[in-house]
Ligand binder design. Structure first.
Ligand code: ASP
Ligand code: MG
Length: 468
């Protein structure tokens, strides 16, 4: 049985037209003999708006919170009406939406009285987004002759009680998926469920953290040993670099999980690889596909990278960084000094991106943030400190830099006209990064892209269409 989990993000279900496209994509898979399980996000921006309603209610603004909820109710009702014309189905669907928004309003009123927003209540409030979107999508599929069944994800995704970032309980999820999803699939039905939402063993609603729907897709795919997991978004997949900066950017056809993870860390927004780990661990390929351009084959993320002629797969840039130089001769021949430095970053809850040391100095890069003066003041008690903002980190990722000689020479020859402030290689065998002024970043990317992708390997990159 070729079971495939198809996850559609918020933009793929944002309005009747998008849901129509999604239905056509799923129908296409069914026609090919596949057995899909569909996971959907809330309609785009809905999660943010629900969180906003919660925050407004918690400040005591009952009217403001109910107004947000009322706009959301209208948006969902309108979408449902546009998609489902069958009268029996559409009455049941509108009823479902109204019931859910009635309960949401009740929670918001309570919150406006209590004035305390706990993580548990926050999870309950955001859960409405996926609960209604998945129900609408299931009905729209039925209307389009897909034999779909709505499944409440909270009956399957069992987590601990760490609200807002709950930890999935794999064994329980596997058991529930076998009991509740597999029989439906065997009957030829297409289960449709919300991503991101889950519940603890007591049945209290939890969530997997923002952007958690990809995670749901991977967990369900892993639990059911799916043949593939498809993540449908609104881009063609992972690109060699940002096409807005470099129009020559190419789609990467296949990339390893490790490479994708490095890119995500450096700000490539397509998906967060940690969320697909459950699939990678079970050797299930993950495909990133574009619901606006379903003919494009997207990017396949696999556990093992195929060999590639070019050393790098992709170039990512992280901007809005600051560099902090800590210089102290006192550091000479002492130990525990780094610990003191990192304790200060820890105290300010500031994550460090890159570190470089010499005998008497340490340079660190962090996201530019308002705490920098306070951090510098604390560091100043240990050593001389300087910090400077408007920096960018350029990161080249590729399996084939492992053990290759001459890579650094080629990289720095390509950017020889640019002043490099800090370099790092070795922390990960598949990434080479360096820091420059933010204003030089776009130029550096174009120069590197021209140097490393002039003869791209057609097995790995889509050389036929610059962007398909
Ligand atoms: N709707 C949730 C969010 O916006 C989960 C997701 O879309 O992945 O974070
Ligand atoms: Mg997402």
């Amino acid at each position: 049985m070729s079971l495939v989990v198809m996850k559609f993000g918020g933009t793929s279900v944002e309005d009747p037209a998008a849901i129509g496209r999604t239905a056509a994509i799923v129908a296409g898979r069914v026609a090919l003999g596949k057995r899909p399980v569909v996971v959907v996000s809330a309609m785009s921006k809905v999660t943010d708006q629900l969180l906003r309603a919660a925050a407004v209610a918690a400040q005591g603004d009952r009217t403001g919170a109910l107004a947000i909820s009322s706009r959301l109710r209208t948006r969902h009702r309108d979408t449902a009406c546009a998609l489902v014309k069958d009268s029996a189905d559409s009455i049941a669907l509108i009823d479902f939406i109204d019931q859910k928004f009635d309960s949401l309003d009740e929670v918001l009123r309570g919150l406006a009285a209590i004035l305390e927003l706990t993580p548990r209540i926050s999870d309950l409030i955001v859960s409405f987004g996926e609960r209604v979107s998945s129900r609408i999508v299931a009905a729209a599929f039925r209307e389009r002759s897909i034999d779909s069944t709505h499944v409440d994800a909270r009956d399957i995704l069992i987590t601990d009680s760490h609200f807002q970032k709950a930890v999935p309980q794999d064994a329980l999820i596997e058991k529930r998926a076998a009991e509740k999803l597999r029989p439906l699939i065997l009957q030829g039905k297409v289960p449709v469920m919300g991503g991101f939402i889950a519940s603890n063993e007591a049945g209290i609603t939890t969530t997997l953290g923002r952007g958690g729907s990809d995670f749901t897709g991977a967990l369900i795919g892993g639990a059911l040993q799916a043949e593939a997991i498809e993540i449908w978004t609104d881009v063609d997949g992972i690109m060699t670099t940002d096409p807005r900066v470099c129009p020559d950017a190419l789609r990467v056809k296949v990339i390893s999980f490790e490479e994708a993870a490095e890119l995500a860390y450096f700000g490539a927004k397509v998906l967060h690889p940690a969320t697909i780990l459950p699939a990678v661990k079970k050797n299930i390929p993950v495909l990133v596909l574009n619901s606006r351009n379903p003919a494009c084959e997207g990017t396949r993320i696999t556990s093992l990278a195929p060999h590639c002629r070019s050393p790098f797969k992709s170039i990512a840039v992280k901007k809005k960084l600051s560099i902090i130089d800590v210089v102290a001769s006192r550091m000479l021949m002492t130990h525990g000094y780094m610990k003191e430095i990192f304790t200060i970053f820890d105290k300010h809850q500031c994550a460090v991106d890159m570190v470089s040391t010499s005998e008497v100095s340490v340079s660190l890069t962090v996201d530019s943030n308002d705490n920098l003066p306070a951090i510098a003041a604390d560091l100043g008690k240990l050593a001389d400190v300087k910090y400077e903002g408007k920096k960018a980190l350029v990161c080249l990722v590729g399996e084939d830099i492992r053990g290759k000689s001459g890579m650094a020479a080629q990289v720095f020859t390509a950017v020889r006209h640019i002043n490099v402030r800090m370099i790092s290689q070795g922390a990960s065998e598949i990434n080479m990064s360096f820091m420059i002024d933010e204003e030089d970043a776009d130029e550096a990317v174009r120069a590197l892209h021209a140097a490393f992708f002039k003869d791209p390997d057609p097995e790995i990159f889509d050389v036929e269409a610059r962007r398909c």
